[in-house]
Design a protein around this ligand. Structure first.
Ligand code: SF4
Ligand code: SF4
Length: 328
C-alpha cells in the first residue's frame, strides 16, 4: 500500500523534512525542485517562505536545490526563459537556490499526441515535485498531475493539450443549451435553437463534451483531462527513482496560480502531504478536501470532476491510487 504522510502543522515542515526527506536523498547532491513559481500579482501561489524550512535542512546537509519550471503558453513574463528567471529572482526564489527555466525538450510518443518533456527533468538524479493544490477552470483542480503534465512540458505540448480537447459536432444538435450554460469561457451561443461554437473563445477544457446529454459533441482527439494525464504519465515514468512528492493544501483558491487573481479561497488550509507516489498523493489530497467540504469540492466550484484526470493517469501509468494515510 502506498504511504501518504499528512502534516497538519505547517511550522513542523523543517523537522519532517529532516526525518523523511533527508535520508531519501544522497548527501552533497543536487535536487531539482519542480514547482510553479507563481504568476505576477498572484498572492496565493507557493511563496519562498513556504518551503524555506525545508531548504534550510537540505542546505545544512550540503544538498543544493534548483527551482525549476517551464515557460507558459499565454502572454506573461513567465512565457520566456530569461524574463521568467528574473521575475522568480525578484520574488526571492534565488535566495533559496538556483532558478532554472526549461529551454530544451525531448519528444516522446503518448497515445494521442507527441509530448515534449523538459530535458532537465529527464536528466536529474534527484527530483522533488512540490505542488500547490488549488482549483482550475479547465481541469477542476491542479496538483501533482497538473504540475507535471502541463508544467513539465514544452509550450508546443501545452498548446496541443489545449487544442485537442476542443469540441467537434458528431451528431445533430438537440438544442438543449447545456454546452452554452457550462462553458466557462462562453464559447457556445444558442442561435435559433442550435449551439454555435466559437473556436477563438475556447480553451479546450472538454467540459461541453462531457456534459452534452445527447453525445452531439466529441473532442478533436481526446478529453483535456485525458491529454493532461497522458503527458503527466510520461513525465512520471521518466523521472528518476529518487523522486518525492509534496502537495501543499494551503490557500486553496477556485482558480489556479496562473491567474493574477485566482478567486476566493474555497477551503481551509489543511496541511502538507508527502509521498513517493504521485497518484496516491493526488487521491489523498482530494479525499481530505472532500471530507472537509462534505462533497466533491472542485466539481462543485468548477464543474469538472477532479478525479477524472487521476483515473486517466492511473490507467496510463498502470498505477494504483490506493493509499494509507499516516499523520506525522
Ligand atoms: S472545450 Fe471548454 S472552453 Fe471549449 S467550448 Fe467546450 S466548455 Fe467551452
Ligand atoms: S449540449 Fe449538445 S445537444 Fe445541447 S445544445 Fe449543446 S451541442 Fe446541442
Amino acid at each position: 500500500m502506498n504511504k501518504v504522510y499528512f502534516l497538519k502543522d505547517f511550522k513542523r515542515l523543517g523537522k519532517v523534512a529532516e526525518e523523511l526527506l533527508l535520508p531519501f536523498y544522497p548527501p552533497n547532491s543536487e535536487i531539482l525542485v519542480k514547482i510553479h513559481l507563481g504568476e505576477v500579482g498572484n498572492q496565493t501561489a507557493l511563496q519562498p517562505q513556504d518551503v524555506k524550512p525545508l531548504v534550510e535542512i537540505f542546505k545544512k546537509n550540503k544538498i543544493s536545490l534548483v527551482f525549476f519550471d517551464t515557460p507558459v503558453l499565454y502572454q506573461s513574463v513567465r512565457r520566456n526563459v530569461l524574463s521568467y528567471r528574473l521575475f522568480a529572482q525578484g520574488k526571492g526564489w534565488g535566495k533559496l537556490g538556483k532558478i532554472k527555466i526549461a529551454s530544451r525538450f525531448q519528444t516522446f510518443k503518448a497515445k494521442d499526441f507527441q509530448v515534449e518533456i523538459a530535458q532537465d527533468l529527464l536528466k536529474a538524479q534527484n527530483v522533488l515535485v512540490v505542488s500547490h493544490v488549488k482549483g482550475h477552470p479547465l481541469s477542476g483542480f491542479g496538483g501533482a498531475i497538473k504540475n507535471l503534465g502541463m508544467g513539465g512540458v514544452s509550450r508546443k505540448t501545452k498548446e496541443l493539450e489545449h487544442n485537442l480537447g476542443r469540441p467537434v459536432f458528431v451528431d445533430k444538435c438537440q438544442g438543449c443549451g447545456i454546452c452554452a450554460e457550462v462553458c466557462p469561457f462562453k464559447a457556445f451561443k444558442m442561435v435559433n435553437g442550435q449551439a454555435q461554437f466559437e473556436n477563438e473563445a475556447c480553451f479546450g477544457c472538454s467540459l461541453c463534451v462531457i456534459k452534452c446529454p445527447h453525445q452531439t459533441l466529441a473532442p478533436r482527439k481526446a478529453l483535456f483531462d485525458d491529454l493532461l494525464a497522458q503527458a503527466a504519465a510520461l513525465v512520471i515514468k521518466n523521472l528518476p527513482q529518487r523522486t518525492f512528492y509534496l502537495n501543499f493544501l494551503k490557500n486553496i483558491t477556485k482558480f489556479c496560480d496562473c491567474f493574477h487573481h485566482p478567486g476566493e479561497k474555497i477551503a481551509p488550509d489543511l496541511g502538507i502531504l508527502f509521498s513517493q507516489n504521485p497518484l496516491a498523493i493526488e487521491q489523498a489530497s482530494l479525499d481530505l478536501l472532500n471530507q472537509k467540504a462534505g462533497g466533491n469540492l472542485f466539481e462543485k466550484v468548477n464543474r469538472k470532476d477532479p478525479y477524472l484526470q487521476l483515473k486517466f493517469a492511473a490507467g496510463y501509468s498502470k498505477g494504483v491510487v490506493k493509499y494509507q494515510l499516516e499523520s506525522i
